[in-house]
Ligand binder design. Structure first.
Ligand code: AMP
Ligand code: MG
Length: 355
């Protein structure tokens, strides 16, 4: 009924006919305090029962995740929200009714029983209902709120396939439900709705414009660069990074291409193998080089499609053993904001602003 990779059960849940049966088996593991990875529409999550503090602690251990970086609680239905959160503002209900199931995480005041290990010791809790048939089947069968960060080793690119999960965590977790590749491919938008404000703590595929449009008021975007005490603890850690250093080039596309070519030639002249992540529009300028691995995630006009392929591309560069990655940036408009944020996080300090 399942194959086993290094001691981790792999349930094939791609076929809707067997989904229910696999979800019930995986839910039983969650109830026993085990860790189960599952697909969502954003990325694969690594789940544990919110009611089992030991299981939640194990998430931090197996990922190597800093304990002050809180987890998102996943629910099967909006009706479960009052079980986790209190003083829920009317606007939070409006957002949840509009965007759930979907890639919007709401930060709310937590109910006292929600363990601090889930919330990184904060008095708030982050909650969402994922929009994926496998995730929803698992949550319904478990009849539990499930705490789940991305199912990768901390700092590595988030997983968008079951194979990515196994590459990082086989042998360290009980099971993974394989639901095929994730559609969106970047993590949810995290929105703090407390204190009468709307603050995006992490951009995702639901844009500030959509949120502001629905509520007819301003939605702030919290400065994405990390400081010592950012409102979303995850902001202060380097993230989403492949093994090779990634250089991100920002600026007017024509000038970026020229600068990237110069840099590329320098790396190649030193005998290095380079990975190139460029848009469809720029790809031709890089077609003549040797010792280059070229990945074209999509068109400049479709940042959502590029975002969906980003993490797989970063893992692919690792598999092809490149020494360095040169990546073309994008405009922060619409879905571009989330893509740019993940590229910046993967680049760390290596950001080249081309004038
Ligand atoms: P991950 O699921 O691995 O993408 O990590 C969850 C993200 O949600 C991290 O960036 C956290 O900092 C953020 N997050 C979770 N809970 C809270 C919270 N209570 N307040 C602010 N941010 C949160
Ligand atoms: Mg993560």
């Amino acid at each position: 009924m399942a194959i086993i990779v290094d001691g981790t059960l792999v349930f094939n849940a791609r076929d809707p006919v067997v989904l229910e049966e696999k979800a019930v088996a995986a839910a039983e593991l969650l109830r026993q305090g085990k860790l189960v990875a599952f697909p969502t529409e954003t990325v694969y999550g690594l789940g544990a029962s919110v009611r089992d503090e030991r299981a939640v602690s194990r998430i931090f251990e197996v990922k190597g995740r800093p304990v002050d970086n809180p987890l998102i609680v996943h629910l099967s239905d909006i009706s479960e929200l009052p079980g986790l959160a209190r003083n829920i503002p009317a606007e939070a209900w409006t957002l949840a009714r509009r965007f759930w199931p979907g890639p919007l995480t709401l930060v709310l005041e937590k109910k006292p029983w929600v363990p601090g290990v889930v919330t990184g010791g904060l008095d708030s809790v982050a909650v969402r209902v994922p929009d994926h048939p496998v995730a929803l089947a698992l949550l319904r069968a478990a009849e539990l709120p499930v705490a789940a960060p991305s199912a990768n080793i901390s700092g590595r690119p988030s997983p968008t396939t079951a194979d990515h999960v196994l590459a990082d965590l086989a042998g360290r977790i009980s099971a993974v439900l394989d639901g095929g590749p994730c559609d969106i491919g970047v993590e949810s938008t995290v929105l703090d709705v407390r204190g009468g404000r709307l603050r995006i703590l992490r951009p995702g595929s639901i844009t500030p414009q959509e949120i502001a449009g629905l509520l007819q008021r301003k939605c702030e975007i919290v400065e994405l660069s990390a400081d010592k005490n950012p409102p979303s603890p995850g902001l202060k850690y380097r993230h989403y990074a492949p093994r090779a250093p990634l250089y991100l080039f920002l600026g007017e596309p024509g000038k970026v291409t020229v600068k990237m070519q110069e840099e590329l030639e320098t790396w190649l002249s030193r005998g290095k193998k380079a990975g190139l992540l460029v848009t469809l529009e720029s790809a031709k300028a890089f077609s003549g080089y040797r010792n280059v691995e070229l990945i074209v995630p999509g068109s400049r006009d479709d940042p959502a499609a590029m975002a969906a392929r980003l993490y797989a591309a970063l893992r692919e560069f690792d598999a092809r053993r490149v020494d360095v990655i040169l990546a073309e940036g994008c405009s922060p408009k619409g879905a571009g904001l989330a893509l740019l944020n993940r590229l910046q996080k993967a680049a760390g300090e290596n950001i080249v602003q081309v004038e």
